[in-house]
Design a protein around this ligand. Structure first.
Ligand code: LLP
Length: 441
């Protein structure tokens, strides 16, 4: 696990997060339970913000990519830390606004924003919308005209970088549903298209090369290609972009196959990106653009853990041992989707020696409902508290009510106190929108 004093094994041999004993948390709040370390989240936001302040004279903004974990408390924390957020749906936008987040500091993404979503964004005065199709530019221009405003926009471009990560989370290959390709000339065409709109104000470009990326060069390469494109647009269309949004994507530790980056170590990613921007601006005689980054996973991923209770244990001699927990793919679908790997330990016996490898399985009616395979463990018994680490990003946000299981509650732990930030669901929540039509009665 990452070196920090907020996630450790305490004197009772229990896992502790944010000063809270996980065994006590499991007793108080029940399992499954998502637990988030508030200090880690704030420290990560600060390290990015401080790097822009110190290395780039504050000429930029960190946006928390809220798709990683969206709830009112997260937007509150981002607001308190003086950063912006990115949203990708009206649902995320509604949550941010409901939390009192300043609309001006919200950037809205989406490859197919619905008319309803664009209208809502304009009505709440979202600061910037990242345009991702011709028809979206046309529709947004109309909506802005009707509202009597000029909407600030960026264009999502695709620099054609192959980042080393899972194919499903790569987004800037040439074959991608996202963005306008620089290589095939469509990025230039949409630039001219948007510049001609009287109710859109083009500020610059956005690109996002993928997620869970560790190579700093990938980001520098994307900067180089994007800055070359900015220079080309200046020469061809007389438009010099003043904003450059480089997206998110910094990798985190899930297992010891991944690099372990300390909180302060993440500054290096941003420094590499900033030096590429500075070098290119000088080479091409461009003004230094206002820069944005959109980290999601790296802010909240390692901040979160999930606590489960071990139930049925099934040993298939010579094949494998299954430890079934009270959660599953409904609270963490990432193994089912991406064969993601996780580290797990027994929160109630964290110092016990690992003597076997087990497969942690969920409780859904599906063989692929697995959380992690081949996890070293002491001999697990029914009732043990299993902690899965690095579940803060893309777990709750991708959870579902599959098999009508409850989406677990989330608590925020800090200095030995834990508070709900998302309450547990109830049976009533599960049937809230169910209707029995009259003819079935
Ligand atoms: N900005 C844009 C435009 C994005 O599409 C994403 C992630 C981010 C920022 C944040 O990237 P991050 O810093 O979190 O890597 N469900 C997948 C991850 C999908 C990421 C989608 N876009 C997973 O569980 O691994």
């Amino acid at each position: 696990m990452n070196e920090r004093d907020t996630l450790k094994i305490n004197g009772r041999g229990h896992l502790e997060i944010g000063g809270c004993d996980c065994v006590e948390l499991a007793k108080e709040f029940g399992t499954p339970l998502y637990v988030f370390d508030e200090k880690y989240i704030r420290d990560m936001m600060r390290v990015y913000k401080n790097t822009i302040d110190t290395e780039y004279g504050g000429k930029g903004l960190v946006l928390y990519a809220s798709k990683a974990f969206s709830c009112k408390a997260m937007y509150r924390i981002a607001a308190q830390e003086g950063i912006g957020v990115d949203v990708v749906s009206d649902g995320e936008l509604y949550t941010a606004i409901a939390a009192g987040f300043l609309a001006e500091k919200i950037y809205m993404h989406g490859n197919n924003k619905l008319v309803r979503e664009l209208e809502y964004a304009v009505s709440v005065k979202v600061g910037t919308i990242v345009v991702d199709s011709y028809s979206e530019a046309d529709i947004l221009d109309d909506i802005a005209a009707k509202a009597g405003i000029v909407q600030q926009v960026l264009i999502r471009i695709n620099p054609g970088i192959e980042a080393h990560t899972h194919a499903y989370v790569q987004t800037a290959r040439t074959d991608s549903k996202f963005g306008f390709s620089i290589a095939d000339g469509t990025a230039e065409k949409i630039t001219a298209h948007v510049l001609a709109k009287s109710h859109l104000k083009l500020k610059g470009y956005h690109c996002h090369i993928g997620s869970q990326i560790f190579e700093k060069q990938s980001f520098a390469l994307a900067v180089n290609k994007t800055m070359d494109f900015i220079s080309a647009m200046k020469a061809k269309l007389g438009f010099e972009a003043d904003t450059l949004n480089m997206g998110g994507g910094f990798g985190i530790w899930y297992t010891d196959e991944d690099a372990k980056i300390s909180v302060s170590g993440y500054a290096e990613y941003l420094k590499a990106l900033i030096s590429a921007v500075k070098a290119k601006a000088e080479e091409l005689s461009l003004n230094l653009p206002y820069i944005l980054i959109e980290p999601g996973r790296s802010i909240v991923g390692e901040a979160g853990i999930t606590l489960y209770t071990a139930g049925a244990i099934k040993d298939i001699p010579g094949i494998k041992k299954y430890v079934a927990i009270d959660g599953g793919m409904f609270d963490n679908p990432r193994y089912a989707l991406y064969q993601s790997k996780y580290t797990a330990l027994l929160a109630n016996r964290a110092n016990d020696k690992c003597t076997e490898k087990v497969t942690i399985a969920g409780k859904c009616c599906e063989s692929g409902d697995i959380i992690a395979v081949d996890v070293p463990m002491p001999e697990v018994k029914r009732g043990d508290i299993v902690a899965v680490l690095s579940t803060g990003a893309y777990n709750y946000s991708m959870a579902s009510n599959y098999n009508r299981n409850f989406i677990p509650a989330s608590v925020l732990a800090k200095d030995g106190n834990a508070q709900y930030i998302i309450k547990p669901q109830t049976y009533e929540d599960l049937v809230r929108n169910d209707v029995i039509p009259d003819y079935l009665k």
